[in-house]
Write a protein that binds this ligand. Structure first.
Ligand code: BG6
Length: 479
C-alpha cells in the first residue's frame, strides 16, 4: 500500500523501484501494489496516470503492461476512519482474488505531518494487527519529528498500533553501497581496526556537499534548514558507522546497539562550543548574479535566517575516540556535489627524511567516496624514481563501477526489498533517532534564540565551497 499514491515520491522513486524489482524477479509471488490517496480515482485511471508520470520506467514495454496488472487504487481520506475500514474490506477481497496471503507494507509517501493521522487510523481500522502468521509493516521517511519532543510524540502515535519490529524508518544513505561497505572494510579486514583510534587518527571528516539549491522545496526547507535536513539523519548515521565498536554479530540489533553507544558518547555542545565548533551559512547569489541566492529563491522569505550550510566539529567521549575531532560538513549550492568520508591518519612520528625533505611529509589518508565516484582510496608516500630523494603521494584504490559489474540495486529497491524481508539492519531504530535529536535539539534551540542570529549566519557565494569562516577546516577536508 502506498499512501500518497499520486505524489512525487511515488512516481519518481517508489513505482520505478517496484517495477525494476518486478522485472528482475525480485518481488514475491503473488504480490499486488495498492495506491491510496485522497484523489478520487479508480485502478484504471491510476494506471493511466502512472504511465504518464513514469516515462523513465519503460512504460511502453510488455513488462510494464503485465506489471500494471498488479497495480490497484483505493481512495483513502486520511482523516476519515471510515475510508480505512473500506480499505480493510478492499484488501481482504484482493487477498482472495489475487491469492495474496495478507502480508502488508504500508509505505507513507506523504508529508510527515500526515504520519500520525495515517498511523492512528490504520491502527483503529485493525490494519496494523499481525495475526495467523501474517505480518504488517509501516515505512516512514525522515524527518522523524523536528526536535526531540516531536520525534517522541510521533513515535508514541505510531507505537499505538505498531511494534518497533514493524516500523521501518528509512535513511536512504544507509542504502548506498559505500555506506554499507564501511562495516565490511572495517570488520572483514584485520589491517584497519588496529589503527582505527585516537593513537593513529588525526581527524575524521564527513562531507556531503551539494551543487543544487533548495529547488522546489522552499516550504519544507525554510522550516528545516541544513542541520535537520542532513545532520540529524544522514551524517550522524555515517559517523556512527565509522565510530562504532565491532558488533558481536552481523545482525540488525547488534549493529544498531553499537550505533546507539556512539550516539550516547557524543560530547554535548556548550555555548562556547557553539561559537567555536559550529559554522552556519546561507548561500547568496553566485559571482555572475545568474544563480540566485537563497533569499531570492521562490517561496523563501527575503530576510530568511535558515542555514543552508553547516560545518560542525564534534567529539566522542569514549576511550577509542577521545580528543579526535569529527568534522561534519554539508551545504547547498556548493562548488559541486561531493559526498565522502575521510580518515586522516597522523604524521609519521619520526622522519628520517627530515634533512632532505623537511617536516612536511604528507600523512596517510583513507577516503571512502560516495559521489561522484563510489570508491575507496588509501594514499601513501612513494619515492619518485631517479637519483634525487623525492616523495610523491600515490593511491591504492578500488572503484565500484570499474571493479564490479552486474546489476546494482537503486537505493529504493534495496530499501523495499529489505522491508519485504523484514531486515531492519539499515533502518533507524527509535532510540537512535531520539539520541540524535537529544544531541542536536539544544544546538538548534540555542541557534534559534541567540541574540545574534544574523551574526551567526555566514553568507557564501553560490558555487563556492562555503563561507570564509569555514576556510581552515575546509581546506583540510576537501583537499
Ligand atoms: C535528502 C535531503 O534527505 O538528501 C535533501 O532532504 C538532499 O535536501 C538529499 O539533497 C541528498 O541525498 P543524496 O543521495 O543526493 O546525497
Amino acid at each position: 500500500m502506498i499512501f500518497g499514491a499520486t505524489g512525487d515520491l511515488t512516481s519518481r522513486k517508489l513505482l520505478p523501484a517496484l517495477f525494476n524489482l518486478y522485472r528482475n524477479r525480485n518481488l514475491p509471488e503473488p504480490c499486488v501494489i495498492v495506491g491510496c490517496g485522497r484523489t478520487d480515482l479508480d485502478s484504471a485511471s491510476f494506471r493511466k496516470y502512472l504511465r504518464e508520470k513514469c516515462p523513465d520506467a519503460a512504460t511502453d514495454s510488455g513488462e510494464w503492461v503485465s506489471f500494471m496488472k498488479r497495480v490497484h487504487y483505493q481512495q483513502v481520506l486520511y482523516d476519515s476512519l471510515g475510508t480505512y475500514q473500506e480499505l480493510a474490506v478492499y484488501l481482504e477481497a484482493l487477498d482472495k482474488s489475487e491469492g495474496t496471503t495478507g502480508n502488508r507494507i504500508y509505505d507513507l509517501a506523504v508529508p510527515p505531518a500526515l504520519y500520525p493521522v495515517i498511523a492512528k487510523n490504520l491502527t483503529r481500522a485493525g490494519l496494523a494487527t499481525e495475526e495467523n502468521g501474517r505480518w504488517t509493516r509501516i515505512v516512514v521517511e525522515k524527518p522523524f519529528g523536528s526536535d526531540l519532543a516531536s520525534a517522541r510524540e510521533l513515535d508514541r502515535v505510531i507505537h499505538e498500533g505498531f511494534t518497533e519490529e514493524q516500523i521501518f524508518r528509512i535513511d536512504h544513505y544507509l542504502a548506498k553501497e559505500t555506506v554499507q561497505n564501511i562495516m565490511m572494510l572495517r570488520f572483514a579486514n584485520s589491517i584497519f581496526e588496529p589503527l582505527w583510534n585516537r593513537n593513529y587518527i588525526e581527524y575524521v571528516g564527513i562531507a556531503a556537499a551539494e551543487e543544487l539549491g533548495v529547488g522546489t522545496r522552499a516550504g519544507y526547507y525554510e522550516k528545516t534548514g541544513v542541520v535537520r535536513d542532513m545532520f540529524q539523519n544522514h551524517l550522524l548515521q555515517l559517523l556512527s558507522l565509522i565510530a562504532m565498536e565491532p558488533p558481536a554479530a552481523f545482525s540488525p540489533d547488534r549493529i544498531r546497539d553499537e550505533k546507539v553507544k556512539v550516539f550516547r558518547s557524543l560530547q554535548p555542545f556548550t555555548s562556547v562550543d557553539l561559537d567555536e565548533d559550529l559554522i552556519l551559512g546561507q548561500y547568496g547569489p553566485d559571482r555572475t548574479g545568474k544563480v540566485p541566492g537563497y533569499r531570492q529563491e521562490a517561496g523563501i522569505s527575503s530576510d530568511s535566517l535558515t542555514p543552508t550550510f553547516a560545518m560542525m566539529r564534534l567529539f566522542l567521549d569514549n576511550w577509542r575516540w577521545q580528543g579526535v575531532p569529527f568534522y561534519l560538513y554539508s551545504g547547498k549550492r556548493l562548488a559541486r556535489k561531493d559526498t565522502r568520508m575521510v580518515i586522516q591518519f597522523k604524521h609519521a612520528p619520526h622522519s628520517m627524511f627530515r634533512e632532505v625533505l623537511g617536516e612536511n611529509i604528507t600523512a596517510n589518508r583513507l577516503t571512502m567516496a560516495i559521489f561522484p565516484e563510489e570508491e575507496i582510496r588509501l594514499s601513501f608516500q612513494t619515492k619518485v624514481p631517479g637519483a634525487r630523494i623525492c616523495l610523491q603521494t600515490m593511491n591504492l584504490d578500488f572503484n565500484y563501477s570499474e571493479d564490479f559489474s552486474g546489476p546494482v540495486l537503486a537505493a529504493y529497491e534495496k530499501v523495499l526489498l529489505d522491508c519485504m524481508q523484514g531486515d531492519q539492519m539499515f533502518f533507524w531504530r527509535q532510540d537512535a533517532v531520539e539520541l540524535a535529536w537529544e544531541f542536536l535539539t539544544p544546538i538548534l534551540e540555542e541557534c534559534a534564540v541567540c541574540d545574534d542570529r544574523p551574526g551567526r549566519l555566514h553568507f557564501y557565494e553560490a558555487g563556492s565551497w562555503g563561507p570564509e569562516a569555514a576556510g581552515e577546516w575546509l581546506s583540510q577536508l576537501m583537499k
